[in-house]
Ligand binder design. Structure first.
Ligand code: SF4
Length: 159
């Protein structure tokens, strides 16, 4: 019998609910609303995202706004491997986001599970569960590198 976490993730992967990147955040447009979700790891990448929101990195000046409700988010930034405990939350957040939502993996764990791999406690990284449209590599990636990648994704410079 399938585990509940796996069933949830299969729903998350439903291709019919997947949407391509929306053309939000182009020059002169509204800011891109980003929602952070940590799904289970050492939290190093999550801390780098928190640092990115500090005064030293000018996230908002670059055209991004952190939001705390999935309903307000354009982009979902996931840090950490997908622990079974957090799989349901990941699915809830994804479902709550409006049309045009995009998924971005931040750091190695979110991409492929990193040192946590796949186990009784984790489903591994997003790449084993779905097509990761955008990813920022590193363990962890620095805030400056994350910001540069986000700008590149938004402006279509990098994919
Ligand atoms: S990629 Fe590295 S820093 Fe980021 S959550 Fe995983 S182990 Fe921690």
């Amino acid at each position: 019998m399938k585990s509940r976490a796996l069933g949830i993730i299969e729903a998350f992967l439903d291709a019919h609910r997947w949407r391509a990147h929306a053309p939000v955040g182009a020059a002169g447009a509204l800011p891109v609303n980003v929602y952070f979700l940590e799904t289970g790891s050492c939290e190093g990448c999550a801390m780098e995202l928190e640092a990115l929101c500090g005064g030293g990195y000018a996230l908002e000046q670059a055209g991004f706004r952190r939001v705390h409700r999935a309903e307000d988010a354009d982009w979902l930034l996931v840090t950490g491997t997908i622990s079974r405990r957090c799989a349901e939350r990941l699915d809830q957040v994804w479902r709550a986001m409006p049309a045009g939502r995009c998924l971005i993996a931040i750091g190695r764990c979110a991409i492929d599970g990193g040192p946590f791999g796949k186990s009784y406690a984790t489903l591994g990284g997003l790449s084993g569960l779905t097509r990761v449209q955008r990813a920022v590599h590193g363990c962890p990636p620095e805030p400056r590198a994350i910001l540069a990648a986000l700008i590149g994704f938004r402006d279509g410079i990098t994919s």
